[in-house]
Write a protein that binds this ligand. Structure first.
Ligand SMILES: [Fe+2]
Ligand SMILES: [Fe+2]
Ligand SMILES: [Fe+2]
Ligand SMILES: [Fe+2]
Length: 467
């Protein structure tokens, strides 16, 4: 382990290394981030060579190294943007300068994280990576979320991003010949979920009930801010890159799914207690960064990437110290009241196929109801507010439905990556997930999907006869 940063850094890296080793052996060691100094802000400036670093190799990288890289970019974008919002309210120039120095460091971390992505990784390949983040991160959080209502909301969002992964996979194959497993490496299933055309809602219906900041567990606060940051960056990525393809249906699909990510930002941010102050939020933001880098450092198999996560953990501990001091100064409260005394684990990336399949089969027909409630298709009233939105947005066609139609022409049937048992349930999943009302004219019906699957079967038999 070669660390050139500071003398302190060597000590800290060894310390975290020992913690990670012990945790892997199943020992429980408590780590209180508020008691760690990290690297002081004035020592956090890096040169361009350190900031830019070297990209990973897209054909060799572990899919979960890529998901960590994508997520941490999103976390840094949020950390940077929040600090600029905060600084517009800060009257004291010394505090303003300190926050400006920190936001500049966040910006440099964003470059390091995002630019680990190689230039030859296409927009569609990166897009599949983004949706793999959403699926496996949300599934992990749902199973490690102490608040049952927040968990229910995670499960709901999960099935939407799961369907996005499937829709984009159609285009990845048709446009660039990419099989889903080239990116998700067999760790995440790719098959129909809650149909994307039904993800468009009346904004009032998307708004959920918020937690109570006085009783919420720090894990809940960190989980929500982590996921919110990921969703926001997913939205931004589609907004900035969807135009880069010439195919009009693909461009429309990016626009359609970007709009759902916009709704996801609304949904997840509405879970946050609006009574949190800006200083409290500052503290939660830095704590969230600490917890995510801590998890990344523990899980990362690539030694070179791991060193960056170790360094960034130390940097974030420095930010947390600064945020805690400002919180104490302005709020005259103990930071432990807000973030507790222990690290939490928000982003343990691993295969979640079994969990996702369970939620998929049970909740593909789930829908949002006003007042932060949930319901199912069968119980939707005739005047459900989201029908109007769906009818307007999909009045000509739903691009994400055309994705399946086109794949049917290119490839006989849709592109899926799942075991035979799940594949055999695809038509039933569509039957259960499809609404009767607010349905686009170009919708692929369950009968049509069955025909496509049949066509592929016949074609296989023909091929076998020829051999
Ligand atoms: Fe950061
Ligand atoms: Fe998504
Ligand atoms: Fe999403
Ligand atoms: Fe930070």
């Amino acid at each position: 382990m070669i660390i050139k940063f500071t003398g302190d850094k060597i000590f800290h890296s060894l310390y975290y290394y020992l913690i990670a080793e012990n945790l892997q052996k199943g020992d429980i060691m408590s780590f209180n981030p508020l008691k760690e100094k990290g690297i002081s802000i004035e020592k956090q400036v890096r040169n361009w060579h350190q900031i830019v670093g070297k990209p990973y190799n897209k054909t060799e990288v572990d899919c979960y190294s890529r998901t960590r890289q994508i997520l941490m970019n999103g976390i840094e974008v949020e950390a940077w943007g929040f600090k600029h919002q905060l600084n517009r309210f800060v009257p004291d120039n010394n505090d303003k300068e300190l926050i400006a120095r920190i936001s500049r460091i966040e910006d440099s971390q964003q470059a390091t994280a995002n630019w680990m992505g190689p230039a030859d990784q296409s927009v569609l390949e990166t897009t599949l990576g983004y949706e793999q983040v959403a699926v496996d991160l949300t599934a992990w959080m749902a199973q490690n979320e102490p608040d049952p209502y927040v968990k229910e909301t995670f499960d709901f969002g999960l099935l939407e991003d799961f369907d996005h992964l499937y829709r984009y996979s159609q285009f990845a194959y048709m446009t660039e010949g990419i099989e889903p497993d080239d990116i998700v490496q067999g760790q995440t299933d790719v098959i129909i979920g809650r149909p994307t055309q039904h993800h468009h809602n009346c904004n009032g219906i998307r708004i959920r009930k918020h937690y109570d900041k006085l009783t919420a567990h720090p894990q809940t606060k960190v989980n929500i801010l982590t996921l919110l940051s990921g969703e926001q960056q997913t939205h931004n990525y589609y907004a900035e890159h969807g135009f880069m393809y010439g195919d009009h249906v693909l461009r429309e699909t990016y626009a359609e799914i970007k709009d759902v990510e916009e709704e996801h930002v609304t949904m997840y941010e509405s879970l946050i207690d609006p009574n949190e102050t800006m200083w409290e939020k500052f503290l939660i933001h830095e704590f969230t960064e600490v917890c995510n880098y801590y998890t990344c450092m523990e899980d990362e198999p690539d030694e070179r990437i791991k060193k960056t996560w170790e360094l960034f953990l130390d940097i974030e501990l420095g930010h947390l110290q600064a945020a805690a001091e400002l919180f104490k100064k302005y709020e005259k409260r103990d930071p432990e009241e807000v973030i507790g005394t222990e690290i939490v684990i928000p982003c343990r990336f691993k295969s979640q196929k079994e969990y996702v399949q369970k939620v998929l089969e049970k909740e593909v027909d789930k829908r949002l109801e006003a007042g932060g409630e949930y319901t199912t298709i069968k119980k939707l009233p005739e005047d459900w507010a989201s029908y109007k939105v769906q009818e307007k947005q999909n009045e000509i066609s739903s691009p994400s439905e055309n994705a399946i139609r086109l794949a049917g022409i290119y490839h006989d049937r849709d592109i899926v990556a799942a075991d035979e048992e799940l594949k055999n349930k695809e038509v039933d999943l569509l039957k259960k997930g499809l609404q009767k009302k607010g349905v686009a004219h170009n919708t692929v019906t369950p009968d049509e999907l069955e025909e496509m699957i049949q066509k592929e079967e016949e074609r296989k038999e023909e091929k076998e006869k020829l051999i």
